[in-house]
Ligand binder design. Structure first.
Ligand SMILES: NC(=O)c1ccc[n+]([C@@H]2O[C@H](COP(=O)([O-])OP(=O)(O)OC[C@H]3O[C@@H](n4cnc5c(N)ncnc54)[C@H](O)[C@@H]3O)[C@@H](O)[C@H]2O)c1
Length: 245
């Protein structure tokens, strides 16, 4: 078991399928997590489940409030933010010629611009302690592209390139920036797919099975820990061999 004792970790998208699993992994490894999301009811459920969990409702589309949001997180953690996990994300799929401007903008806005703005403000705090780890959740389609996901794949590819730039900018200050790139992860969505399509998808995965949210959470726990101290600008693929870089 990885030891994350006393680490202060901000987690966005904590109420989602993967977010729940990350939360479970990080809290059981002893860290203090500040869980954020947009759904009040779901935030209450996780607040009740995990003793002493800090939760903060925040919609990352409120760009002009991100500085204040990070300030609030910093206060909760008494000025010591060790890890930021940018996990919040959405899809709004459509074939490109039918994709509305709003569908393009919304996905880029939430997945890429908000990730940049939160990260930028958190790095300003981390610079004071010359210590910190940023972990950005991207996607296999940010490497491969996908039909109907020009907006989503562009946002996720943008996260990877942005992370490399930030890794170069802040390595000297002992701040690492890495990505975790999930492939096909079991979720409510995958449960609805027909057996035929499920088998087709599996045949494209070297390990011949879908990943679990815990598979993603495991690499995030690793990157949050001091075991990853000498890794920056990197992407860990969690896709069972569906794609190699
Ligand atoms: N599920 C998969 O197969 C898969 C594969 C590759 C990458 N990912 C990525 O993993 C991450 C988590 O995905 P998931 O499957 O758990 O999705 P999910 O839909 O279950 O959860 C998404 C989370 O993002 C939060 N969120 C959405 N819009 C927000 C906003 N405007 N402000 C703040 N929070 C907002 C939601 O509240 C929720 O907590 C995403 O970044 C997603 O792109 C998922």
């Amino acid at each position: 078991m990885i030891n994350l004792k006393n680490l202060n970790i901000i987690l966005t998208g904590a109420t989602g399928v993967i977010g729940n699993s990350i939360l479970d992994k990080l809290t059981s490894a002893g860290s203090n997590v500040l869980a954020t999301g947009t759904n009040e009811q779901k935030l209450k459920i996780i607040k009740d489940k995990y003793k002493d969990l800090n939760v903060l409702k925040f919609d990352v589309t409120n760009h002009d409030k991100i500085e204040k949001f990070v300030e609030d997180c910093n206060k909760i953690f008494l000025g010591k933010i060790d890890v930021l996990i940018n996990n919040a994300g959405i899809t709004q799929d459509n074939l490109s010629i039918r994709m509305k401007d709003e569908e393009w903008k919304k996905v880029i806005d939430i997945n890429l611009t908000s990730t940049f703005l939160i990260t930028k403000n958190v790095i300003k705090k981390m610079l004071k302690s010359k210590n910190g780890k940023i972990i950005n959740v991207t996607s296999i389609v940010g490497h491969t592209g996908n039909i109907g996901q020009a907006n989503y794949s562009a946002s996720k590819a943008g996260i990877i390139a942005m992370s490399k730039s930030l890794a170069l900018e802040y390595g000297k200050k002992n701040i690492t920036v890495n990505c975790v790139s999930p492939g096909f992860i079991v979720s409510d969505m995958t449960a609805k797919i027909s057996d035929e399509h499920t088998n087709l998808m599996k045949s494209r995965i070297s390990l011949n099975k879908f990943g679990s949210p815990e598979d993603v959470a495991n690499s995030i726990a690793f990157l949050s820990s001091n075991l990853s101290n000498y890794i920056t600008g990197e992407t860990i693929h969690v896709n069972g061999g569906m794609y190699f870089s």
